[in-house]
Design a protein. Sequence first.
Length: 88
Amino acid sequence: MTDDLSMKALKGGVAERVRRALAAGCDLVLHCNGDMREMAEVVAATPELIAAPAARAEAALALRNADPAEATAELAAEFAALTDHAHA
């Protein structure tokens, strides 16, 4: 996944940035500024998510936890373990 392509950290027009990000191995591109003209360019330059990228997206979505409290507790425990803190 890219960072926001509308930030213009990369050279070229938005469609070119999309194509280059996908060619570099990103499965998803983010465009966050709400400019409808640019959004249309992003859509036009973005292929349908199929095959391996679609499978990776589905696997990522499957990892989401529906219970925010449970997810928060899991993340706190993981953070404690990684930072070697006894309290979670």
